[in-house]
Design a protein around this ligand. Structure first.
Ligand SMILES: Cc1ncc(COP(=O)(O)O)c(C=O)c1O
Length: 394
């Protein structure tokens, strides 16, 4: 009898999108640098008009390199097929554009990534789509916000600044009953730790720039769909909008994906240990980390996620901007930068509260920390020195 057990994430990451014997035994697939695709017959030249989702016909629409990456991500997500984009934001915006039209209403979590929020609220509004934001902790209460013209619910869990966990299965079930498409930005957990499609979500979007690439050296986005119909709608949108990913970026994405579960284990462990330690520091008012027992999102995280990545928040007790600046600017290992998910640790101070229209945000200065792959004691020492600067400048 065939073994029907699904392989684990380490095995999937190592083997998906992988067929060495189809390219001379070379372990990794060759990188196709392609714009023009040539055809031997007129019939084949025009085949894309009747069979738009089959074969290679134009570099922008897909190459064996994009296919290998999409296949690998699809296997990790447990989906039907994936579509790549030029960046994570590109993937979020393309998904919204592909599934919304003038007159539609879209519900987005108030904790959504800032530029996704601005795109929905400003750009999509300009095209006649009404964007409404909801409390990330709304759960089944979202039902009250559904309108006859609600076409999309956009989730992000946990939020990448505020770290609230959403009740994804409850929201997805209610949306599905109304024929509403549910999308999620799954960049924080990646499919290694959360599989949105298993929880009723229709589009799982990843800023592959973050943990999948994993080395802070490429921009890439990818969205996975659970069935043919959703895939064709998304792919058509991407093709018409000219969304594509560069061949080197795809190579770096596929290369990063092979070690994703391994890296995430350490990002998660380092992050959780730092979060737990920071919780006991006198300078800290609250740590925002759903994997930390006592965090308000912990129960949902424990129910739905199988692990944690390394990004979390720290609310400081009242300190001046100057003191927090002295702390952050003097760090040795923690660097300041926005795009997280690489091997290096990051720290950034949030001096302005994120835009919120449907939920409250605690006032005060927040640090956002990305735990990299360094030795934990070195990271703690760096933070201890930072806290000394914080105290000295206060
Ligand atoms: C949660 C989240 N989604 C999407 C993005 C956008 O990804 P990219 O930088 O690849 O456009 C980011 C970037 O920081 C992010 O944090």
């Amino acid at each position: 009898m065939a073994n029907t057990k699904k392989p684990g994430p380490f095995t999937t990451a190592a083997h998906a999108g992988y067929d060495p014997l189809s390219h001379h035994g070379s372990v990794n697939p060759p990188v196709y640098h392609t714009s023009t695709v040539l055809f031997p017959t007129v019939e084949m030249l025009h085949r894309g008009e009747t069979k738009p989702f089959e074969g290679m016909r134009y570099g922008r629409i897909g190459t064996p390199t994009s296919q290998a990456f999409e296949d690998a991500v699809t296997a990790l997500e447990g989906g039907h097929a994936a579509v790549v984009a030029s960046s994570g934001l590109g993937a979020c915006c393309a998904a919204l554009m592909a599934f919304l039209k003038a007159g539609d209403h879209v519900l987005l979590t108030d904790s959504v990534y800032g530029p996704t929020r601005t795109f929905a609220d400003k750009v999509m509004r300009g095209y006649g789509v009404e964007a409404e934001f909801f409390d990330p902790e709304i759960g089944a209460g979202i039902k009250a916000l559904f309108r006859p013209n609600t076409k999309v619910v956009f989730l992000e869990s946990p939020g990448s600044w505020s770290f609230e966990v959403q009740d994804v299965p409850a929201i997805a079930e209610l949306a599905k009953a109304r024929g509403i498409t549910v999308m999620i930005d799954n960049s924080w957990a990646t499919p290694v730790y959360f599989k949105p499609l298993d929880h009723g979500v229709d589009l799982s979007i990843l800023a592959a720039t973050k943990y999948i690439v994993g080395h802070s050296d490429a921009m890439l986005g990818v969205t996975t769909t659970p069935d043919r119909k959703t895939y064709e709608k998304l792919k058509t949108g991407h093709v018409l909008m000219g969304q594509a990913a560069g061949s080197e970026e795809l190579f770096l994405g596929l290369r990063g994906l092979r070690t994703l579960p391994l890296r995430l284990e350490r990002h998660g462990r380092n992050g959780l240990e730092l979060a737990d330690w920071l919780k006991g520091r006198p300078e800290v008012a609250r740590v925002l980390h759903p994997a930390l027992p006592g965090d308000k999102g912990h129960a949902l995280w424990k129910r739905d996620f199988t692990g944690t990545s390394g990004l979390f928040g720290v609310l400081l007790k009242p300190y001046s901007h100057a003191a927090v600046t002295a702390m952050c600017e003097g760090m040795t290992l923690f660097k300041m930068g926005w795009s997280w998910g690489g091997y290096e640790s990051l720290i950034i101070p949030g001096f302005h509260l994120p835009t919120r229209t449907a939920s409250k945000w605690e006032p005060g200065i927040q640090l956002r920390i990305h735990a990299g792959l360094e030795d934990i004691d070195d990271l703690k020492d760096d933070l201890i020195e930072g806290f000394k600067r914080l105290a000295a400048a206060s």
